[in-house]
Design a binder for this molecule. Structure first.
Ligand code: NAD
Ligand code: DAU
Length: 340
């Protein structure tokens, strides 16, 4: 079994590679990644010497390189994590999101059609459903909730999902899609809420909370997401969408206060700043389908997962300090410098 994992030098893709190599030592895993600002070669250090692992630096939009790799590796399965993923960056500059997230997905699927494949899996997001109001805690996203996006990022992911389903219907490509809620855990790039707050708190820097801090996200430990994708590619039905989430809703401000408490830092570091444009209020996944069909359930409780995550960032300072000392400084100044 050969699996091409795109975007494997990123947060979830990297964790997925660790999970797969450990659980299926006989599988060959080929990571295809462009190594954008969000990709970190060092994330994959621990698997580089594994003879069943190969890393290839390619852009998923580059048809020639992608086709050559498919011709050489003849993958059975492709799992597409590669994407531009940060909502704030998509608000600043949508174009690269449209290119990578939509055209890149089409290029990969064209290669799958050309060379044949047992499964193409698209790693999507709950953001394609838009948001839910705070005063309706009874509402959840199901797989039949209409697509209704808010940001250029979520619109690009929704466009890709529609293309994936169209390739299934039109060309009979054996596809599946997972739409997961917010992930947290080791190796997450420190532009995202949890690692950004951990890194800033450890450096006694202000903790920038957008708007009122009352927006709600549904947090899932990254390993649980990886296990869900593993189940879907092996046992999930072709042509289907599976929502993935663990019923773990938290407001942003509660998350930030918890990080202060765990790290022994004062809440006076919290600084309310201008809200994100078009900021989604609440995400909440109904995971009934994946539970009933595939028996998936989240295994890590948030109280344990956040402690493990904080410990990881404490013990792996080299990994994130190298990131925040580089180009990230320019990004941080642009995003937060004058934000009032
Ligand atoms: P990430 O930003 O940490 O990593 C993205 C990876 O994709 C990087 O390694 C980057 O180098 C690579 N990449 C970007 N453009 C590329 C291109 N053109 N060609 C090849 N590689 C390219 O992302 P993540 O948070 O790990 O998210 C992975 C996937 O999961 C994305 O598709 C995202 O939409 C989805 N998702 C993320 C979350 C979350 O909470 N992080 C939740 C649900 C779904
Ligand atoms: O729901 C899944 C999505 O989760 C994924 O598809 C995206 O790729 C991923 O980035 C994430 O999107 P969010 O926008 O929810 O994540 P982010 O970490 O950027 O922000 C989480 C919440 O925290 C959001 O309400 C905005 C807020 N926030 C974020 C940052 C970076 C702050 O208040 N301050 C910040 O500095």
């Amino acid at each position: 079994m050969t699996i091409i994992v795109t975007g494997g030098a990123g947060f979830i893709g990297g964790n997925f590679i660790f999970h797969m190599l450990k659980k299926y030592p006989e599988y060959r895993i080929v990571c295809l990644d462009k190594l954008t600002y969000a990709g970190n070669f060092s994330t994959l250090n621990s698997v580089m010497d594994n003879p069943n692992f190969r890393f290839v630096k390619i852009d998923i939009c580059e048809r020639t390189g992608v086709f050559a790799l498919f011709k050489e590796e003849k993958p059975d399965i492709v799992v597409n994590f590669a994407a531009e993923t940060h909502v704030d960056r998509s608000i600043e500059d949508p174009e690269v999101f449209l290119r990578t997230n939509i055209l890149g997905t089409a290029t990969l699927m064209d290669a799958c059609r050309h060379f044949g494949i047992k499964r193409y899996h698209q790693v999507s997001t709950d953001e394609v459903y838009g948001d839910l109001p705070l005063d309706r805690p009874d509402l959840f996203f199901t797989e039949t909730t209409p697509i209704h996006t808010s940001s250029p990022y979520s619109s690009s992911k929704a466009s890709a999902d529609l293309l994936v389903l169209a390739y299934h219907r039109t060309y009979g490509l054996p596809v599946s899609i997972s739409r997961c809620s917010n992930n947290y855990g080791p190796y997450q790039f420190p532009e995202k809420l949890i690692p950004l707050m951990i890194a800033n708190a450890l450096n006694d820097k202000p903790l920038p909370v957008y708007g009122t801090g009352k927006n709600v996200r549904d947090w899932l430990y990254v390993e649980d997401h990886c296990k869900a994708i593993d189940l879907i590619i092996h046992k999930g039905r072709v042509g289907e969408v599976y929502n993935v989430g663990g019923h773990n809703e938290m407001t942003n401000i509660d998350i930030v206060k918890l990080i202060c408490k765990e790290l022994g830092r004062p809440e006076s570091l919290i600084s309310y700043v201008a809200d994100r444009k078009g900021h989604d209020m609440r995400y909440a996944i109904d995971p009934t389908k994946i539970h009933n069909e595939l028996g998936w359930l989240p295994e890590t409780k948030f109280a344990d997962g956040i402690k493990k995550t904080i410990q990881w960032y404490l013990h792996n300072r080299d990994w994130w300090e190298e990131i925040i000392s580089g180009e990230y400084k320019v990004y941080y100044q642009r995003m937060y410098g004058d934000r009032k």
